[in-house]
Design a protein around this ligand. Structure first.
Ligand code: PA5
Length: 402
């Protein structure tokens, strides 16, 4: 993967000086970034064993988990799997979504992964209760078709033991949105048949040569400090939409603290060129742009040599048209001196996704160091969670319903 900084305003020397200030060479270690300790053989074997057992009987897996407990796997699945229908995700408590998924699945051939680090997340626990009850109602043996993932000793661990179902542990130090390289991401990945070895190799590659992640953080920080507090992520691929969701969570929850933060804004090329690009190019200069292009597509489509209406597209592939539009966006941004980082992915593969996930996790911790905030935890989210719990406990409605 190529990472190219088209970074108006700041020379590389500024990045280096800034990074020296936080002693960046000493940051890439498990005590600062626990997620850089990639899984051991033994840990991988445990996951594989559980997956093999599930695969003997089931063709689909419903992953039930919120935020960091599902977004990474969902992004990998969309990018690499495209139309692979082995995984479903329940990551919202929306009753319509639940009803739709539960109607759609073949209950005899479907297993369920309940993923929650805390084992107490309201949405995950609610959905799990509905599903467990439905399994009993359908007289389907529960223990053989469910697996729980979470912190050792959490309520999911206890429930798994009670039910005699498998439990996979998330290493204690690794938080939700940083957990894609644990059972949280790897269980669904193995189940769907993705190449987990290549996925991890992508992450290793970043760790071996991490400079682009450090520069990414330095660049984003310098622009943040000069008033660019919106951070755009715009892949030119429909299949990276879930990646933008994963990124938005990582950037928002890790940095949005103590009155600081850089607001993530998601867009998709080329679709968003017909909606928000005008604002990007000619609106306020308060944004940092991250653009992604996938060079080789699984399938490309050639236009007829004699194209109707627009003769200049004749004989071109859709990939070439997309590339031209991507270059057009870059050109327009350059004309306005907007700061851009461009990622050129050879293709959408496990390796490239592993690299990207690791690059952004490293970058967000470095950025947090520069900003002086703690990248881990999301204390403000607790305020609303506590209130919702109180409402449910007291049987009140909060006074908002009419
Ligand atoms: O990044 C995080 O820590 C959060 O987004 C969590 O992943 C999310 O709240 C779900 O928590 P849990 O895994 O405890 O159910």
């Amino acid at each position: 993967m190529k990472v190219l900084f088209e970074d108006s305003g700041f020379p590389l020397l500024d990045y280096e000086l800034l990074l020296e200030e936080i002693d960046y060479k000493n940051l890439l270690k498990p005590s600062v970034m626990p997620f850089t300790e990639l899984p051991s053989e033994e840990y991988l074997l445990k996951i594989m064993k559980v997956v093999e057992r599930l695969q003997e009987r089931f063709v689909s897996l419903v992953v039930v988990g919120m935020g960091g407990s599902s977004r990474g796997a969902k992004a990998l699945h969309q990018a690499v799997g495209k139309e692979n229908s082995r995984l479903f995700f329940l990551d919202n408590i929306d009753p319509d979504l639940l009803s739709k998924v539960l109607k759609q699945i073949d209950w005899d051939k479907t297993a369920f992964a309940f993923i929650s680090k805390s084992g107490k997340t309201l949405e995950t626990v609610s959905l799990m209760n509905v599903i467990l009850e439905e399994l009993v109602r359908r007289e389907l043996p529960v223990a053989e078709r469910v697996v729980f993932v979470g912190d050792r000793g959490n309520p999911f661990n206890k429930l798994a033991d009670e039910l005699g179902a498998p439990f996979l542990e998330i290493p204690k130090e690794i938080g939700g949105r940083f957990s894609v390289f644990t059972a949280v991401g790897l269980l669904p990945a193995y189940f769907a048949g993705y190449n987990v070895t290549r996925f991890l190799e992508g992450a290793y590659k970043l760790l071996e040569t991490p400079l682009s992640a450090f520069y990414l953080a330095a660049s984003k920080y310098l622009h943040y400090k000069s008033g660019r507090d919106i951070s755009i992520v715009m892949p030119y691929s429909t299949y990276m939409n879930e990646f933008t969701e994963w990124y938005a969570q990582l950037w928002a929850e890790s940095l949005g603290k103590d009155g600081q933060g850089q607001t993530p804004l998601k867009a998709i090329g080329t679709s968003s060129q017909h909606s928000i690009l005008q604002l990007f190019v000619d609106g306020p200069d308060d944004k940092f742009y991250q653009l992604f292009f996938v060079n080789s597509r699984t399938s490309d489509v050639k236009l007829p040599d004699e194209a109707k209406v627009l003769p200049y597209i004749g004989g071109k592939t859709l990939g070439e048209v997309m590339r031209a539009e991507f270059e057009g966006t870059l050109y327009a941004l350059r004309q306005k001196n907007r700061p851009v980082v461009r990622f050129e992915l050879s293709r959408l593969s496990e390796y490239q996704m592993g690299y990207l996930f690791m690059a952004y996790m490293v970058a967000v911790v470095v950025m947090a160091k520069l900003m002086g905030v703690n990248p881990y935890g999301q204390p403000a989210v607790e305020i609303g969670k506590r209130y919702a719990r109180e409402l449910l406990e007291e049987g009140r409605d909060g006074g908002l319903s009419q």
